[in-house]
Design a protein around this ligand. Sequence first.
Ligand SMILES: Cc1cc2nc3c(=O)[nH]c(=O)nc-3n(C[C@H](O)[C@H](O)[C@H](O)COP(=O)(O)OP(=O)(O)OC[C@H]3O[C@@H](n4cnc5c(N)ncnc54)[C@H](O)[C@@H]3O)c2cc1C
Length: 377
Amino acid sequence: MSDGQLAVIGLGSIGSMALWQASQTSRSVVGLEAASPAHPRSAVGGDTRLFRMTYRGEGSYYPVLRVAQHLWRELEQQSGQTILTQCGGLSIGEIDGSYIPALLESIKRTGAPHEILDHAEMERRYPQHRLAAGECGILDPEGGFLRTDRAVLSAIDAAKNNGASVVTGTPIREIREVPGGVRISTDADTWVFERVIVSSGAWSRDLLPSSLQGQVQTWRIYLSWFAARDPKEFEPERFPIFIRITGQRSLYGAPTLDGASVKATLDGRGQPAPNANSVDRALTAAEIAESEETVAQFLPGLIPCIVRSDAYPDLYTSDATPLVGFVPGSDRIYLATGFSGAGFKMASAFGSIAASEALGRPAGVEGLEFVRPERLV
Ligand SMILES: Cc1cc2nc3c(=O)[nH]c(=O)nc-3n(C[C@H](O)[C@H](O)[C@H](O)COP(=O)(O)OP(=O)(O)OC[C@H]3O[C@@H](n4cnc5c(N)ncnc54)[C@H](O)[C@@H]3O)c2cc1C
């Protein structure tokens, strides 16, 4: 006897999207969440995540990002909420440094729309950034930011409207394949589903097969916010999201949401943490000092003194690439985890891919070999 066709374990960034997408084709989907969807100690915390179509690398994520963009708009239509604000995305760095040439190489491969802004044009259009000689910008017109908690809660509501069940306060402790299904257990209860998706983020390690446990690690990533001298200069209409990598300094950020503070955070400062529940939320003196020095140098319109900060967990894999696909050797346990500090922008698409494949349908996106769990076994 089965309790349903599909269980989604963990209703955070990816699981909420998988539940929504699965609920569009199956009437028998259940989401199980240890705490509550979009809780602020998960990788949903911190209000926003950057969305961009231009990034350094092979370009493998580009087709996924195209699907993601389309699905964010679909979720907005279904929920009536603004989720993705495409205020543009700036990449800033030295013309001959480590960042800009590699980004342009990747853009050449994907064909992503972009505009190159030389030093003078950057100063004219985006005076909020104080550029050094030799720095330029690349504008991604499709870049912007996602409202994380709105996205997750909208997807859960849409799934419930489609008939999905949601069970909160229910940490799954064990997943085991049994004849005809998968048994999942909490300390008190047990259910059997035909298939399950594991999307429990930074907490996933204990639910992975032993062959993959050594390939993942929980990391702590912190965020910081600064007060704007003139908040109007940092509104989405004037201030695109940005990533700036110049010499040893790197900073990324997003426009103001509250008309007062601006997210501006050192890039690439994630560190392994003992586990997802013990992420240190306080910034160290060194983290504070480097953040404030970098903001003072890069963004003179911000007061270089942190007004808000926090830290959150995410699951990193050994190759910083997610695990999306069935557990090797299983056709019932599907993994959608290990998004390694970069998963939110693609959550709608990877949720859709996970839902489709776990329900026995094609992914709808080609070229996903690079995320398959087999590669790390
Ligand atoms: C500070 C920070 C900044 C980031 N910036 C960006 C960015 O700008 N752009 C971008 O694209 N990405 C960014 N990322 C990465 C992105 O946010 C994550 O990769 C993504 O949100 C991970 O989603 P997830 O579903 O795997 O985990 P989560 O969203 O954390 O969801 C996991 C859920 O599973 C639940 N759960 C855990 N264990 C169990 C269990 N045993 N049973 C049931 N439920 C369980 C948890 O309570 C949680 O709700 C950032 C990440 C962080 C932390």
